[in-house]
Design a protein around this ligand. Structure first.
Ligand code: SF4
Length: 286
């Protein structure tokens, strides 16, 4: 049986960076809280939990004091930092540098647009942690556009600056930006800033090529990862014999009947060690 792990799967730079920061901080502490899951992958969260990282919700965060809290790669709105300052919480900031830069740009656009009723638009998923962090830079005034239906919430008589969540699909960003520009009143300025992170966007064509090469594709990802669901769909479109698994227990021996080659790939939140575990299981069993 031929088994190959995709070179274009696994943690993106921002997540690797956040986990390294967490592991380093955990060595010198009795336990740290993580504001939200550090990565959308249950197996990796379990591993870090054993090292002392406990995931908390936003509601839980706003009841804490005198402790250490890690901010994950998605970033946080200003209110999180303000609360920490007022409640003696030491923040370990693992915000991805790419997200941090985007937050600054969004804030700048908001400040510059205040006088002319400028609107900051974020193309992204409503309620997603990164989007909450971005909207927070604008005093919660930014408009989040998830799909075409949301475009009507924009005031087309006022200037618009469009940004994207870093993991927003690139083609969707381009088509929605075009539609927003077409709807704007004559003479109204619409600026579109493509802030899609290429760490994720570039993976689509790479994964499609990979998925096409095998009899069976195992897509390994946490169920909560939106990037995982999106990339899985792309693989399945190319190779209908693609299976989504989150844990080793979900592997089914029946899938391997009449199969000569297996490709293993995953999302930006899939740990390398988990894909390797899957590969080893196949080699041992077939
Ligand atoms: S996808 Fe890009 S912006 Fe988002 S955490 Fe990863 S490297 Fe950072």
């Amino acid at each position: 049986m031929k088994v190959e792990i995709s070179k274009h799967s696994g943690f993106c730079f921002g997540v690797v960076n956040a986990i390294e920061i967490a592991e380093k901080a955990l060595k010198n502490s009795n336990g740290i809280f993580s504001l939200g899951d550090i990565v959308h992958n249950g197996a990796e969260i379990e591993r870090l939990k054993e090292l002392g990282l406990t995931t908390i919700t936003r509601e839980e965060y706003f009841k804490l004091n005198n402790c250490q809290v890690l901010i994950r790669a998605h970033g946080e709105p200003p209110e999180t930092y303000e609360y920490a300052k007022a409640n003696n919480i030491t923040l370990i900031d693992a915000t991805c540098p790419v997200v941090l830069k985007l937050q600054k740009r969004v804030k700048k656009s908001h400040m510059e647009g205040i006088q002319d009723n400028g609107q900051v638009i974020i193309l992204g998923k409503k309620g997603h942690a990164e989007v909450v962090g971005l909207v927070g830079q604008t005093g919660n005034s930014a408009i989040v556009i998830e799909s075409e239906e949301d475009i009507e919430t924009i005031d087309f008589s006022c200037p618009v600056t469009i940004y994207s969540q870093t993991t927003y699909p690139l083609d969707k960003f381009k088509s929605l930006s075009k539609k927003i520009k077409a709807r704007a009143d004559d003479g109204v300025q619409v600026t579109s800033r493509d802030t899609v992170c290429r760490q994720v966007a570039n993976r689509v064509p790479q994964l499609k090529n990979f998925a096409a090469k095998f009899d069976l594709v195992l897509f390994v990802s946490g169920k909560k990862s939106s990037n995982g669901r999106f990339l899985y769909q792309e693989c399945e479109n190319i190779n209908p014999n693609t299976k989504f698994i989150s844990t080793m227990e979900e592997l089914d021996k029946n899938w391997f009947a009449n199969v000569q080659s297996v490709g293993i790939c995953g999302a930006t939140s899939t740990p390398q060690w988990l894909m390797e575990k899957v590969a080893n299981w196949i080699s041992e069993n077939f």
